[in-house]
Ligand binder design. Structure first.
Ligand SMILES: C[S@@+](CC[C@H](N)C(=O)[O-])C[C@H]1O[C@@H](n2cnc3c(N)ncnc32)[C@H](O)[C@@H]1O
Length: 257
């Protein structure tokens, strides 16, 4: 019998090894956001803090979110600062899901919760509407594209939630994804991104998806190659999984170099 420890380790899988186009958007939404978790609220508060302070502070900004997935939280956090908003998402199923989600003014209970958190984070003085969907429809473009094909120096600010480390097991691809993300904003533009720490991958509708398992220090050092780091928050980092592949994250804010 061969000792398992002698077996060759499988090569890490890359972004192209997965079938993203049929990603089960509704399953993902229900699994990760069906029942709001306090960590989701913390993501919102981190993102709002970063976006509220994004330079230039007195101007409306062109903002992109990369790898948006079936999630309106990036749009909610950015709406009050946005002149235009772009979701840059790879999976065709998620693009269609996002467009459908913006078609109706009727908000799911989860969106009502997350929007209430967003309004609270901006404070009453921001005068935000009760329903953000009509304004989002007006300002948002949902674009199908890969992080590796982002145009350079196009936006004033960019957000990214659980994308660069959650689309590959390969370190070189993670680093290339971070570089492309950071370069898509103009020099000095705000970058705010959440990264899973020490995840072993996630399962959506019985299909496995990759995560490059990294600790917070490594993530920070890769991010710091591209940005003057102005904020680091380590959130909910625990030993056990809270949801598939999720046991905490690091939230980084910086200014693009
Ligand atoms: C773990 S999900 C995160 C989704 C969402 N941002 C969130 O916070 O819940 C990873 C996302 O990256 C997208 N993705 C996969 N490959 C990509 C690529 N090459 N470029 C951009 N996005 C990609 C997936 O379709 C999925 O929406």
């Amino acid at each position: 019998m061969t000792d398992k420890r002698d077996a060759p380790k499988a090569a890490p899988t890359g972004n192209a090894d997965y079938e993203w186009s049929t990603f089960d958007s509704e399953y993902y939404f229900q699994h990760y956001y069906g029942e709001p978790h306090p960590d989701d609220d913390r993501v919102i508060h981190c993102a709002v803090r970063a976006l509220r302070d994004a330079p230039p502070r007195d101007a409306a900004l062109d903002i992109v979110d990369v790898g948006t997935g079936p999630n309106l939280i990036p749009f909610f956090s950015a709406l009050p600062r946005a002149r235009r908003l772009t979701a840059w998402e790879y999976a065709e199923s998620n693009v269609a899901w996002l467009k459908r989600e913006l078609e109706s003014d009727e908000m799911r209970p989860q969106w009502r919760h997350f929007w209430a958190e967003t309004r609270a984070a901006y404070g009453a003085e921001a005068g935000l509407p009760e329903n953000p969907i009509p304004a989002l429809r007006e300002k948002a473009d949902v674009v199908q594209g890969s992080i590796f094909d982002l145009p350079e120096r196009r936006w004033d600010a960019a957000t990214m939630f659980f994308c660069a480390e959650s689309i590959t097991e390969r370190q070189d691809e993670f680093e290339a994804a971070c570089a492309a993300y950071a370069r898509c904003v103009k020099p000095g533009g705000m970058l705010a991104a959440a990264f899973l720490t020490r995840s072993g991958g996630y399962v959506i509708a019985d299909r496995p998806f990759p995560v490059l398992s990294l600790n917070a220090e490594i993530i920070e050092s890769v991010f710091a190659r591209h940005a003057k780091v102005v904020g680091v928050e380590r959130i909910g980092i625990v030993e056990r999984e809270i949801r598939s592949g999720y046991s905490g994250f690091v939230f980084l804010t910086g200014l693009a170099q």
